[in-house]
Design a protein around this ligand. Structure first.
Ligand code: 6PG
Length: 253
């Protein structure tokens, strides 16, 4: 098992069971954070893997157990599109659960994807510095992440210069059209989180997971570089995505 000692790996028969376990995990983290600090700060991701989790969070038994007024939702990354665009990560979470629960509007802290990427990144960074009142990097209670088939996570792509960022909290990511530009939290922010939860689903992820977990050099993949200094990492993986993992990776390290 390579992606950091202490990482927990949980494998589920399908995305439905994985999503239910992830919903309970979010409930647990919200309780812990609210008890310890009076609030719960979460950074969400886009993609297809968290969709079911997001819709479960709007329903009981999960919704009834989350202190929504003390919960604050941010994003690990955003595509530079307007908030009502179908590729918007804000829209994904908003439509699936944020608009359906008793969440005060000021508890949603979206990235302004409709703006120029550099401006959106600096405004987001400024907002995070003020909200967390942190001298260096904010410590989110929970950051939800996915993994791309190329090993990217949030909008941190393999080989990108953004991976070397050590000062900024959020940076722009430029893409070749027609792909949208993006804004992403930087690696030091991911590594200051109290808890990281990776959700990985589908056979298309089997090869990259095998490489991250078992190929000896997980750090060539951005997802393999996520190793919080003082936090936990949990991988929730469905059976298809785990199909190339050996027995030793399937147990907690
Ligand atoms: C995004 C993401 C991205 C995503 C992965 C996995 O906005 O696209 O935040 O990092 O988590 O690409 O996506 P899937 O869940 O679709 O596999």
């Amino acid at each position: 098992m390579n992606p950091g000692h202490g990482a927990a790996v949980r494998i589920f028969p399908d995305l439905e069971e994985l999503s239910q376990a992830a919903a309970w995990y979010v409930v647990l983290q919200s309780r812990n954070a609210t008890a310890a600090r009076g609030k719960f700060t979460v950074a969400l991701s886009g993609g297809s893997s968290p969709k079911r989790l997001y819709s479960l969070l709007a329903t009981d038994p999960y919704a009834a157990q989350i202190n929504w007024s003390g919960s604050h939702f941010f994003w690990a990354d955003e595509r530079c599109v307007p908030p009502d665009h179908q590729e918007s990560n804000f829209r994904l979470a908003h439509d699936a659960f944020l608009a359906k629960v008793l969440l005060p509007t000021e508890n949603t802290h979206r990235i302004a994807g409709e703006k120029d990427p550099e401006r959106a990144a600096s405004e987001y960074e400024k907002h995070l510095r003020t909200f967390f009142d942190a001298p260096s990097f904010p410590a989110f209670d929970l950051i939800l992440l996915g993994v791309g088939e190329d090993g990217h996570t949030a909008s941190l792509f393999p080989g990108a210069s953004t991976l070397r960022e050590r000062v900024r909290i959020a940076v722009p990511v430029y893409a070749d059209a027609p792909k949208p530009n993006r804004v992403t939290l930087t690696l030091p922010v991911l590594n200051h989180a109290t808890n990281i939860l990776f959700l990985v689903s589908g056979r298309g992820k089997a090869k990259v997971l095998h490489e991250i977990f078992e190929d000896g050099n997980p750090k060539q993949y951005p997802a393999g570089m996520v190793r919080p200094v003082n936090g936990t990492v949990t991988w929730m993986i469905d059976r298809d995505a785990a199909s190339l993992l050996s027995e030793r990776s399937r147990v907690e390290s």
